[in-house]
Structure formats: structure tokens, C-alpha cells
Design a protein around this ligand. Structure first.
Ligand code: MN
Length: 592
């Protein structure tokens, strides 16, 4: 089976972070000090709420929200988001209510926590939906980029500590989800470092055999390459210095395992075609310097044709920028160089988070990584707005740019909402949908027999508009029938047609049928008193015989009696037929 059979218990530090240590870390990440009191209150409140709770590893539960919030802080997000990250599990794990959080920490913090809680309630398992629709739902339910960022950091920490989870099945499910949903969302938000971290952590659980093989290969190849590159770096530095170029940083970066494996899979597992297993990354001040550095490198070493990539002039579709080149370096060995500015480098790490912080503050908070970045950003907010726009365009063709710019919140899916069943399954409905639409989408039987609805645990009217993330429960009763009034508020055609059908059916049961003449043929062996018995049968049902004709049966030569009458309803015809068949010497009865 899987290579990762047993939880490999690490020796976790069971120490709890003190406020002093925590606050110091916030300083290090450049978190603004104005709202530190709010963060401090959230810190102690979370500690109190999770008191006595433990993680699977045995460490105090509070270590998790503390870690998540520090990750959030390191991305340069505001105090409210940091506070929300500290409180993100108090609803799900400790039974805190959003209302109470709102009283204690204000509307915005409560809104962020409620977003995280709603996303938590989505279950991916067993849903027959495309991964793409799950990603959409995730974003629609989260409603706000900051909620998405907290969830990404939450998942990152859970992946970092996944080996403590005792159930192999759960580990595999969470890892799979991290690859399919979380890593891909991080990618879309330009948070490539986060994406790569999630992928590398998930890799060993999802593809254990491949991971083992790759890891062994990498462990063999990388040190050799690194030793070699250590010889290259001083030579490059000297060459650049001679041209008056002083890079901010030159380092060897090892390709992430999962992306390496994907590349190898594309190249038939041919290692000789991988030039960037370990690449040299040169970080410089300006775009001009990027091109100047490239020139110097090409002057000294011959570039490999077709391997020069200008992702500065032509960024990758996900927004990635850098200059790449592969050259025949010392001893004729191939080396890939990646040249970029500090802005481009930070972009990879912070992605949208940096831009968000910039938007929130309205001005770059000096000293923060996000602020420093924002102040330098050449194209301002438009880079990420455009990125989101491109993405959003894939989903909704009708939405205009103007509409999109109206809000920085996630608002791509204006026309759709995603609501949850009590079990966490997702029902995708049009905006304005009501509990009745929801009921019919689950099953027509549930819609037809609905007597009441609960939204987020509270009784709700059938006509209430549902919102993304609402948990909806329908109460049913066998005897209950749909009401014609429902047609006034239901949104979906499925619900409409079911309600109409059912209402019509109910009406038909009570309305009298249109009077209609019927002729029946009774084949008989004639006897005395037969006709009298037949007319008695009709009078029993208070039905008048309008005409009697003696004839020969059409099917054979047997004598027959044809009777024309007007039944009061359909059911009566059958009843009369049965009665007639019981009369002596009557052979058959049929409606003509
Ligand atoms: Mn959590």
C-alpha cells in the first residue's frame, strides 16, 4: 500500500508561545503596531478558548492558530486578519458563536472568522464535481481574499504537521485536497512559494512511490551540483563587478520536488534534459540590471539556443516574471540562471497577499515587506487586478471590467451561490434561490413534501433568499403537498416545473371531469331478464342509460348489447364494468 504507513511522530515542542515572543515575531514581520491591542486580546482569547485541547501530535491546540496567524503576519496582512487567524478555529473547535466574536472583536474580524468556518464546512470527499467547480465554490464561500489567505496558511500548517494524523485515509484525503484545491488556488493568487510548499508536502502522501524514487535521486544529484555551483558563484560575482554590477543576492535554488517530478514526467524521466535541478538565482535592483546581468553572463558563457526566456517582457500567464538562460558554464557543464528584481522575487512569495495589504492600508505601510513592495511596484494594483480579471473571465463571460472593479472582495460568481447540506455537500444554485429550490435540487420528493426549512440551524421561511455558505436543512412530512404560492418565489426551473406539476395534479383530483358519452359493448348469451339486470346495475350508480342497441358483437357472431351512457367520472366506468361482468350470462364487457 502506501509508503507512509505510520505516523512518524516528531518530537514537537510542547511549549506555548508567550505574548512577548509572539509580539516580537510580529515586529520582525513588520506588522503595524497601531492595532496590536486587538491582536493581543485575540491572542489571549484564543488561548482561553482552546485551553486543554490538544492536537494529534499531543501539543497544545493553541500552537496551531498561533502558527497560522504568524504565517498570515509574515505575508504583511493587517491586524484584523492576524486576529481572525488567531481565532479561526474557535467556532469549529470550541463552540464560540460568530455573534459573540462580533461583540468582542468587531464586525470585520467576525466576518473573516465566519468565512473560514464556512469554508471548513465544505466537504470535498464524495462530491461528484469537477475540481474546478470545487475551487470556484471555495472562493465563493470564502467571499474575501483575506479568508482565502487564512485558509491557505491554515492548510499549510496542517500539511506541515500531517504526519501526526493517525488515519492514513485522512492523510491521503487532505494531501489530495491540498494538491487539487489549495495549491491551485495559491497559484491563481500568485502565491507560488506557498503553492510549491503545499505541493511538496502533499507529494509524499499522494504519490509515495514516486516521491521515494525522486527523493533518492535528488539526494544523490543535488549535493554534487551545489558543490559545483559554489565554484561558479564567485566567478559570476567577479565578472559582474567588473561591469559595475552588484547583485543584491546570488544563491543556488533547488527545484521543488513536485514541479521537478512533473517536468521529468513530461521529459520521459530523462534527467539529462533537466537543466534547472539547481539553478542560480541572481537578484538585482532594477529591470535594467536584469538585462545587463544577462549580457555579462552571455559574454562569458555561450548560451544554449532556445533556452533564453524573457519572462519580464512576456510574463507567464500566471504573472511570473524573470529572465532565464541556460549556458555552458565552467567545465562545459550546463547551468540555468534566473535573473529578477527584488519586486519580482517578492511577488513569488507574497502574491496577492502583498497587493491586498497595500489595498487595505491605502498606502504602503513602510517597513513591511508588502509596503516596501507596494512602494516599488511599477504597475501598482493593476497587476493583480488584471490577474484576477483574467481568471475571473474564464468563469463568467458576461461580467464587465467595471463591475469587477467595484469590489475587491471575491465577487466573481455573482450569478451563482453555493449552499451546503447538513452533511457538507455542496448544492450549486442561482442567486436568489430559496429553501424550496434547494429542496427540489436534492430530490423532488423532498421538495414535494417540505413542511419547513432551517438555515444555519434556525427556522426560516420558504421564501428566504439563500447565501453562499448557508447550511440548509429541509423538514419533510409525507402528507404535505406543494403550495401554488411557492411559484411566486422559486427561482430554478426544476422547482417551478415540479411545483406546477404537483399543483395541477391536486386540482385534477377535486375537479369534476367533463361529461362525456361512453359506449360499452356487452356480449351475452341471451336469457330472460338479462336486460333488466343490466339496467339495474346502471341505476345502482345513478347513471341513466341513454340508448340501448341490440347487435352482434364485432369480434365474433355472439349477440351483444350496446349501451350509451354518461359516467360522472373515470372511476365510475371501471366500477360499472365490474358490476356488469358479475351478471349471469354476461361474457365480456368492453368500452368502445
Ligand atoms: Mn485550523
Amino acid at each position: 500500500m502506501l509508503a507512509v504507513e505510520k505516523p512518524r511522530k516528531k518530537s514537537y515542542a510542547f511549549k506555548m508561545t508567550t505574548w512577548k515572543e509572539y509580539s516580537k515575531k510580529l515586529d520582525k514581520y513588520g506588522a503595524a503596531k497601531d492595532d496590536r491591542a486587538l491582536v493581543e486580546r485575540a491572542f489571549y482569547f484564543a488561548q482561553q478558548m482552546h485551553d486543554g485541547q490538544k492536537r494529534h501530535s499531543g501539543e497544545p491546540y493553541i500552537n496551531h492558530p498561533v502558527n497560522v496567524s504568524l504565517k498570515v503576519a509574515s505575508l504583511g496582512l493587517d491586524a484584523k486578519t492576524i486576529a481572525a487567524a488567531l481565532l479561526h478555529d474557535t467556532v469549529e473547535e470550541s463552540g464560540m458563536t460568530i455573534k459573540n466574536l462580533e461583540k468582542k472583536f468587531g464586525k470585520e474580524v467576525a466576518f473573516l472568522v465566519s468565512g473560514v468556518t464556512k469554508v471548513d464546512r465544505i466537504k470535498y470527499k464524495g462530491i461528484e464535481r469537477t475540481v474546478e467547480s470545487i475551487r470556484r465554490m471555495f472562493l465563493a464561500v470564502a467571499k474575501d481574499i483575506r479568508v482565502v489567505i487564512i485558509k491557505l496558511m491554515d492548510r499549510l500548517h496542517n500539511m506541515e504537521t500531517l504526519d501526526a494524523l493517525p488515519s492514513e485515509q485522512k492523510r491521503l484525503r487532505i494531501a489530495r485536497e491540498s494538491l487539487d484545491v489549495y495549491a491551485s488556488i495559491a497559484d491563481r493568487l500568485g502565491m507560488w512559494e506557498i503553492k510549491a510548499k503545499l505541493e511538496d508536502l502533499a507529494f509524499q502522501y499522494v504519490f509515495p512511490e514516486e516521491y521515494k524514487w525522486l527523493k533518492a535521486e535528488v539526494d544523490k544529484k543535488v549535493p554534487e551540483r551545489e558543490t559545483y555551483l559554489k565554484r561558479v558563484i564567485p566567478v559570476v560575482k567577479k565578472d559582474l563587478a567588473r561591469e559595475g554590477l552588484k547583485p543584491l543576492e546570488i544563491n543556488a535554488r533547488v527545484k521543488h520536488n513536485y514541479s521537478l517530478w512533473k517536468k521529468l514526467s513530461r521529459y520521459d524521466m530523462d534527467w539529462s534534459r533537466i537543466y534547472d535541478l539547481v539553478a542560480l538565482r541572481i537578484i538585482v535592483e532594477s529591470v535594467e540590471d536584469c538585462y545587463a546581468v544577462l549580457g555579462v553572463i552571455h559574454k562569458h558563457w555561450k548560451p544554449l539556443p532556445g533556452r533564453i526566456k524573457d519572462y519580464i517582457a512576456l510574463p507567464k500567464p500566471n504573472g511570473y516574471q524573470s529572465l532565464h538562460t541556460t549556458v555552458f558554464c565552467i567545465d562545459g557543464k550546463m547551468v540555468e540562471f534566473q535573473i529578477r528584481t527584488q519586486d519580482m522575487h517578492r511577488e513569488a512569495e507574497f502574491g496577492i497577499a502583498a497587493h491586498w495589504a497595500w489595498e487595505q492600508a491605502g498606502k504602503p505601510a513602510s517597513g513591511t515587506p508588502a509596503g516596501a513592495k507596494a512602494s516599488k511596484l511599477r504597475h501598482g494594483k493593476f497587476a493583480w487586478v488584471k490577474q484576477l480579471q483574467d481568471w475571473q473571465k474564464q468563469f463568467s463571460k458576461e461580467q464587465t471590467d467595471e463591475e469587477f472593479l467595484e469590489s475587491l472582495k471575491i465577487d466573481f460568481f455573482k450569478d451563482r451561490i453555493f449552499v451546503l447540506t447538513p452533511k457538507g455537500d455542496v448544492i450549486d444554485l442561482p442567486e436568489g434561490a430559496t429553501p424550496i429550490d434547494f429542496a427540489y435540487h436534492i430530490h423532488s420528493e423532498i421538495g414535494d413534501h417540505a413542511v419547513g426549512a432551517k438555515v444555519n440551524g434556525k427556522m426560516a421561511s420558504f421564501s428566504q433568499r439563500l447565501n453562499s455558505g448557508d447550511v440548509v436543512e429541509i423538514l419533510t412530512q409525507k402528507s404535505k403537498k406543494p403550495s401554488a404560492e411557492w411559484l411566486e418565489f422559486v427561482k430554478t426551473s426544476v422547482a417551478k416545473s415540479h411545483v406546477r406539476k404537483s399543483v395541477k395534479k391536486e386540482l385534477s383530483k377535486t375537479l369534476p371531469v367533463k361529461p362525456k358519452k361512453i359506449e360499452i359493448e356487452i356480449t351475452v348469451k341471451d336469457r330472460v331478464g338479462l336486460l333488466k339486470d343490466i339496467s339495474a346495475a346502471f341505476s345502482e350508480f345513478r347513471v341513466n342509460i341513454e340508448k340501448v342497441m341490440a347487435s352482434q358483437s364485432e369480434s365474433n357472431t355472439q349477440p351483444a348489447v350496446n349501451i350509451i351512457f354518461t359516467p360522472k367520472n373515470e372511476a365510475q366506468i371501471e366500477k360499472i364494468k365490474t358490476k356488469l361482468k358479475k351478471i349471469k350470462n354476461v361474457e365480456s364487457v368492453r368500452v368502445k
